[in-house]
Design a protein around this ligand. Structure first.
Ligand code: HEC
Ligand code: HEC
Ligand code: HEC
Ligand code: HEC
Ligand code: HEC
Length: 258
């Protein structure tokens, strides 16, 4: 809670009148970006360092902003910079959501020089949610707590609608976890049949559970109700089938031996 309050306070304190300051054009090396901006805004650099881009994946300033100051923020706000690296389900779940569809349709009309704040955008793109207001940690990460997320959504939706969405999302994920646990215990119970086929089915379960998470996070009905829950049901049917088949084969073999 304290971290959330601190976050709101930084939001309020952010954006002093920087516009008058001359911005040197660049280009700069990665180290130069970090050194100069650490002096200017140590908090931004700390957020980036503690976030998943810096530590686990080494995604630096250049990857999102390029090497020059010209359009460096504009570039980073657009979806293409993120989808250049995040392909597959993470992007597809968003592009099949209303947010993704409207953002795509309105892209040419949107003024991308505007900071990612309330009132500046009709629908949220990747950066609007994940780097809201220039916060270089992931503003959608579960570790940030639900308050930060709900506050961001409530910039455009009614708080009650958003609370319902989150409660529904939580239920859906619980159901997905029950299915995952059931599949796991079926696989474990088939002790003498830990074949490749079963381990593929285990991977498939985890993959489809992730689809449910992305379906909820990105508000994609397709990912919740097609690539998510029904796909998990399909996994459970295939696991049971697989176990049944192999126990039939075993009893057939036993009968032949007698
Ligand atoms: C010598 C210091 C210096 C270096 C090196 C530097 N910057 Fe900056 N940067 C500034 C100043 C000054 C501004 C304008 C005031 C501000 O927004 O902080 C700025 C602004 C920015 C902005 C905001 C631009 C906007 O339109 O709002 C971004 C993004 C940025 N820098 C990224 C980078 C990246 C990426 C690098 C490395 C390629 C880099 N900077 C290197 C000094 C520097
Ligand atoms: C994952 C992509 C990504 C990475 C990596 C990244 N940035 Fe940014 N950065 C953004 C986005 C998006 C914005 C626009 C935020 C907004 O409009 O509120 C931004 C905004 C900024 C700003 C303007 C801040 C403000 O609040 O006006 C500065 C300065 C900046 N970045 C510097 C850096 C530096 C230095 C690095 C490397 C340590 C870096 N960024 C790494 C995506 C990124
Ligand atoms: C240069 C490639 C690159 C760019 C550009 C990039 N990312 Fe990433 N991002 C990664 C990698 C690598 C990870 C580490 C986790 C992974 O393997 O997916 C990551 C992690 C994440 C995570 C945490 C998810 C997880 O699986 O831990 C989110 C959320 C995310 N990125 C969103 C964004 C957004 C939003 C943008 C655009 C502003 C963006 N990324 C730009 C490569 C990139
Ligand atoms: C409406 C806000 C919103 C938009 C727009 C959005 N995301 Fe997300 N994203 C979320 C939420 C919420 C989650 C779920 C985070 C969680 O609970 O782990 C998520 C999850 C993710 C994850 C997986 C994180 C994990 O823990 O595995 C990645 C990667 C990601 N988003 C990238 C993107 C990219 C790339 C885009 C644009 C193509 C995008 N997001 C657009 C809100 C958004
Ligand atoms: C910048 C504004 C903005 C933000 C921020 C935003 N949304 Fe939206 N959202 C919209 C708009 C506009 C639509 C399309 C409304 C319509 O259906 O006509 C929409 C549609 C939706 C829909 C689909 C509704 C339907 O009828 O199918 C859901 C669900 C949703 N948003 C949830 C969220 C959640 C959850 C968040 C936060 C993670 C969020 N939104 C953040 C603007 C926003």
């Amino acid at each position: 809670m304290r971290r959330t309050i601190a976050w709101f306070l930084t939001l309020l304190a952010a954006h002093p009148a920087l516009a008058d300051e001359p911005v040197p054009p660049g280009p700069y090396t990665e180290t130069e970006c970090i050194t100069c901006h650490t002096e200017r805004d140590p908090n931004l650099i700390r957020q980036w360092r503690e976030g998943s881009h810096s530590v686990t994946s080494g995604v630096g300033c250049h990857s999102c902003h390029g090497e020059n100051h010209k359009e460096s923020a504009v570039k980073a706000r657009k979806d293409q910079i993120c989808t250049g690296c995040h392909k597959g389900a993470a992007s597809h779940s968003y592009s099949t959501s209303k947010h993704g569809i409207i953002t795509r349709l309105e892209e040419a009309r949107q003024d991308w020089r505007q900071p990612l704040q309330r009132g500046n955008y009709r629908t949220p793109g990747c950066s609007y949610c994940h780097l809201h207001n220039g916060d270089h940690g992931d503003t959608m990460a579960p570790g940030r707590g639900p308050e930060v997320r709900q506050w961001i959504c409530a910039g455009c939706h009614s708080p009650r609608y958003i609370r319902e969405q989150f409660a529904n999302g939580k239920r859906q994920l619980e159901i997905a976890d029950l299915k995952l646990a059931e599949g796991e215990s079926l696989i474990v119970s088939a002790v003498d049949d830990q074949t490749d086929a079963l381990s593929k089915l285990r991977q498939s379960l985890n993959h489809h559970r992730k689809n449910v998470l992305l379906g909820i996070g990105h508000q994609s009905p397709d990912y919740q109700w097609w690539h998510g829950q029904p796909a998990l049901d399909g996994d459970l049917i295939r696991i049971r089938d697989r176990i049944l088949q192999s126990s039939r084969r075993k009893s057939l073999a036993d009968n032949l031996e007698e």
